[in-house]
Design a protein around this ligand. Sequence first.
Ligand code: GDP
Ligand code: ZN
Length: 458
Amino acid sequence: METDTITAISTPIGEGAIAIVRLSGPEAISITNQLYKGKDLGEVDSHTIHYGKIIDPETEEVAEEVMVSVMRAPKTFTREDVVEINCHGGMVSVNRVLEIVLSKGARLAEPGEFTKRAFLHGRIDLSQAEAVMDLIRAKTDKAMSVALKQMDGRLSGLIQRLRQELLETVAHVEVNIDYPEYDDVEEMSHEMMRQKTKEVNKEIENLLEVAKQGKILREGLATAIIGRPNVGKSSLMNALVQENKAIVTEIPGTTRDIIEEYVNVRGVPLRLVDTAGIRETEDIVEKIGVERSRQVLKESDLILYVLNYNEALTDEDRKLFEAIQGLEYIVIINKTDLEQKLDLNEVRNLAENNPVVTTSLIEEEGINELEAAIAKTFFAGDIDTGDLTYVSNVRHIQLLKQAKQALEDAVNGLEMGMPLDIVQIDVTRTWEFLGEIIGDTASDSLIDQLFSQFCLGK
Ligand code: GDP
Ligand code: ZN
């Protein structure tokens, strides 16, 4: 168990004006008491908040007026004593407060260390801890609510239930083998085992299916707006950005930082990537040929293909239809305020089963219909995302795939008539893979690696 007291700046999500210095550990209260002028925090009730001043030990002057929350173990996030010093004076003063706290013997927390302690003290399981990380990175409301639910233990609950079923199966086989004389324990047959493993496999498959949507929620749909020059691609981009709050993020690590714009269309986060070949793909077919352009387009999750109502279809338009065949796309027929020159029937034929929406971006018409089409494409019908258990974490998806593979090995073994005690080795492997998701069978180094990915202060 950790015995020192850690501290970091941990600013709550969505509250820019307040910054918090958080302490956790056995000395959290006594350290704060040394630099705090107000009530004796050693005497106050747990889970209370107090107004006071932080005194700078060098100048003996007031460094900051603060509200201090005192929360005693074990009913805290880390299950240790926790103090939160709420500063309102901006980053300079919060940094000064942190310095003072450090000078009194607290240690600067490593990234994710608060959450790691919560995990190590059994307060949360690994998938919940990872949800904290997702929460910090969440870019849309929906992604945030998915993370919140995971933190809440929904995924853990489901995984635990599946593991329990596998465990019971294995235990059943063990009993049959070790105590063949127990007549009251029903003999586990190949058929029973096959049924159980298939049931669990089906549930894992379901989880993996919704994982695709989970990834979308977390990372946004890579969206390409394509079409010939002048059809209204930039206008569409602007319309989407204006209607929906855009979040601009810079992703470092590339020579030229890529600017991405996130727009949230009815809960579907679109990631409009502003790099050559994605945002402005006019002439793409001409420039790089159908095969290559298809490759570029393939990397998009969604294609918005814009056509001009005021122009007849060209060969280039038809080539673009070919290039996006089999991909997820929506056709937008723009400029309906102008005279019709486009053959709508031909367009509908070429578009096969993909949605076709008409707009006049200049008159701000049809944008609602387009947004509805986008939402419908990704939440097939009216799936209430609130009720799904999403797996949105790459590590979890990887483990689920491994679990599924192991379980399929078991099913194959059963079908080949292998003895149950051999088959159950694969069932046990499945159980272990699922366990790694919630941290039950995770090794120490994995845990260290995971927690080091957290932001500081969480
Ligand atoms: P892009 O080259 O495909 O990006 O097309 P732009 O968005 O730059 O638009 C080309 C021109 O078409 C601009 O002058 C726009 O104002 C105009 N435009 C865009 N949408 C409409 C529309 O719905 N109706 C009309 N009449 N003009 C439009
Ligand atoms: Zn443009």
